[in-house]
Design a protein around this ligand. Structure first.
Ligand SMILES: [Zn+2]
Ligand SMILES: [Zn+2]
Length: 255
């Protein structure tokens, strides 16, 4: 499994894209502004998209990608997420006011996009190689993370989350965990904002990681633009003893 980080920042700016991961050229996990770096041909190869939650930094690329797909694909793109997330993006984005409903275009029988529900705790066998499982995390809106299991190993993406035992209980239930991509959005001095917006700080993540029985490589994401260096400094202390790195747009994760 080869995962390309199209975007993993907490915002946009020169060289910064928001969350989107390309798995083996066929699957997207989240569809933030990173989708904009894919060529049309690459966008047409995407068969499935798994969304962690409805926030704009994780879904806005889907709107623009869907608009590109007329005449490029001969089967719809499957968009998987929880019922709450799908309901939110249908009501607030693909509502014919903010953007067209691409699940009804070019016509209802041959749509460009098909929305499908994957509730927390449920798995999907994807292609011949992957088992994708959604698990509940805690954020300001209903949100999940995803594990992707193959014969070679297990990759987990937390999505946006705050401290919650469900996350660690799920991770500890896995038979193996090779790479854990997890967010750390704010520096410690913004602890109150992190709590309100349900994101991790380095200190909180460091404390919570004691609950994890596995020793995966930790891949850190979603840093607030402008705070990257401070977060890196704080992680040196809070994540001492862990194998970790700060992801950047364009990085590859191989399992
Ligand atoms: Zn969010
Ligand atoms: Zn986010």
């Amino acid at each position: 499994m080869r995962i390309k980080v199209l975007g993993c920042s907490g915002g946009v700016g020169p060289g910064l894209r928001t969350t989107s991961l390309l798995v083996d050229d066929e699957i997207l996990i989240d569809a933030g502004t990173g989708v904009g770096d894919l060529t049309l041909k690459q966008q047409a190869r995407i068969r499935q998209i798994f969304l962690t939650h409805s926030h704009l930094d994780h879904v806005c690329g889907l709107a623009f990608m869907a608009d590109n797909l007329f005449d490029l694909i001969d089967r719809p793109v499957e968009v998987w997420s929880t019922a709450e997330t799908l309901s939110a993006i249908k009501e607030h984005i693909f509502n014919w006011k903010i953007w067209p409903d691409f699940s009804k275009l070019p016509d209802e029988k041959n749509p460009l996009v098909v929305f499908s529900t994957l509730q927390p705790g449920r798995s999907l066998e994807s292609g011949d190689h992957y088992k994708v499982t959604a698990f509940k995390v805690q954020h300001t809106v209903p949100a999940v993370g995803y594990s992707v299991e193959t014969g070679h190993g297990t990759f987990v993406f937390s999505g946006d989350t705050y401290a919650n035992d469900n996350l660690w209980n799920y991770l500890n239930s896995l038979s193996r965990l090779d790479k854990l991509m997890i967010e750390v959005a704010f520096p410690n001095e913004e602890n109150d904002l992190a709590e309100t917006s349900r994101h991790f700080t380095p200190a909180l993540l460091g404390r919570e990681l004691h609950k994890l029985r596995h020793k995966p490589e930790i891949l850190l994401t979603h840093h607030k633009p402008g705070c990257e260096h401070l977060i890196e400094d704080e992680c040196r202390q809070s994540l001492a003893g862990w194998s970790y790195r700060h992801l950047k747009r364009g990085d590859l994760i191989e399992i």
